[in-house]
Design a protein around this ligand. Structure first.
Ligand code: 1CP
Length: 385
């Protein structure tokens, strides 16, 4: 019943108030036996602070996790990744398990995020792409004409059996700490496929969206199917929540989002609604889109650092929790400044129905990991109820 977390974390196992609390929560769950996924198994994670906040229930403390918490900023990550390419790492359940657990051990965060990448399902169905160090995903044959859609067949669970295997290992290790599964949203995936790689202005993507709306709609619909299948695999394997990353959708005006993107994102979110696991929906620079992204079907709306959480709550409307939103660059400042800015986030979140503390975007690669650990402790201590 107890998660083991690999047993290597002095800190996580020590008298950290949050960790100590877990022991009692676990004991209680045996009796309460809440079910939060369709396997009929009582879930050990149901009463975690993270899932409670997502469900807008009272929490013992504000839960914290960080986008991109696994990986780049951690020396132990760089060590285990040595000599293994990014995509190959994502396909090795032993490595995925170890890398996913690293930030949980080190920082005592309230949730783990599955180590993978948004392009993994595309690679799994045979799209010729690679993740180039220092660049990101690069696609051999960009999708710009109808014939190019043939690259995108449906995803089956067998295509990503390594994901199912890794999540099985992980949930055993994590015990009562929830695992967040994730996928790239149709627009953000389309931007890589149409541009052929990372892009600042998304000009080819927008050219297709405006110039051939039917092909664009078909492309997004196909990506929605693949993304939905990928999220279902993760939930059925044991993920307790999912996050749909629409990282680059902030490049669009609301009318274009509503017409050309929202139907596909809504289809993805709707396709996993019946599982009852929280669905988090996040994008960068989405201040003007927050209401629509909530409407697309999220239980939790992720907010970047450009809009304060109280204002974000007004834009999103009632009935949804919010996640965010400390500027990741703040972590390069003094400890006093980090605390001051964290206080600002917590003050803006004071009236929310549910709040999951996070950064406004991913951890920057050169962030001092100790600053992240101190921030987790600070938020937990400040919000202890
Ligand atoms: O070799 C390496 O280490 C490459 C760096 C790297 C890593 C560690 C990439 C390439 N992806 C990842 C892992 C990853 N990607 C995770 C797991 C880590 C964690 O969160 O703990 C996640 C959630 C992602 C998701 C992802 N990939 C997003 C959405 C999140 C976001 O930051 O907005 C996006 C846009 C990508 C594409 C991608 N993959 C990698 C890079 C460098 C990029 C961005 C490229 C660009 O600027 O367009």
């Amino acid at each position: 019943m107890r998660g083991r977390l690999g047993g290597t974390s002095a800190r996580a196992a020590q008298g950290h108030p949050h960790r100590a609390g877990h022991f009692f929560i676990r004991a209680k769950i045996r009796v309460v036996s809440a079910i939060d996924r369709p396997t009929g198994q009582p879930s050990q994670t149901y009463d975690s602070a993270f899932l409670k906040a997502c469900r807008r229930e009272p929490v013992p403390h504000t839960p914290v996790w960080f986008m991109r918490q696994a990986g780049r900023s951690l020396p132990e990550y760089r060590k285990v990744r040595e000599g293994t390419a990014m995509l190959e790492s994502c396909m090795r359940p032993d490595l995925v398990t170890e890398i996913t657990l690293q930030p949980v051990r080190r920082h005592g965060v309230d949730a783990a995020i599955f180590f993978s990448d948004i392009v993994v399902p595309l690679k799994a169905i045979g799209v010729d792409l690679d993740i180039k160090p220092g660049v990101g995903p690069v696609v051999a044959q960009p999708i710009r004409r109808r014939e190019d859609l043939a690259q995108l067949r449906d995803l089956t669970p067998e295509d990503v059996s390594y994901v199912t295997e890794a999540i099985g290992m992980l949930t055993g290790e994590l015990g009562s700490t929830p695992l967040i599964g994730f996928a790239g949203a149709p627009f953000t995936l389309a931007s890589y496929l149409v541009e052929g790689g990372p892009s600042k202005n998304h000009e080819h993507t927008k050219a297709l969206m405006y110039g051939d709306p039917q092909l664009w709609a078909d492309l997004l619909d196909r990506l929605a199917e693949i993304t939905a299948s990928f999220l279902k695999v993760q939930i059925e394997a044991g993920a307790s929540a999912v996050q749909l990353f629409d990282s680059w959708v902030g490049a669009l005006a609301p009318a274009d989002y509503r017409r050309s993107v929202m139907p596909a994102s809504a289809k993805v979110l709707q396709s996993v609604a019946s599982y009852g696991v929280p669905r988090i929906h996040f994008g960068v620079g989405t201040g003007e889109l927050l209401g629509l992204m909530g409407e697309a079907g999220a239980d939790v709306v992720g907010v970047d650092y450009r809009v304060a959480l109280d204002e974000a709550a007004r834009r999103v409307g009632p009935g949804k929790a919010l996640q965010g939103n400390l500027d990741p660059a703040v972590l390069f400042s003094t400890e006093d400044a980090v605390r001051g800015k964290a206080d600002e986030v917590l003050a803006a979140a004071a009236g929310l129905e549910g709040h999951v503390f996070n950064l406004g975007h991913g951890v920057l690669p050169t962030t001092d990991p100790d600053a992240l650990t101190r921030l987790v402790d600070y938020v937990h201590t400040r919000t202890q109820r």
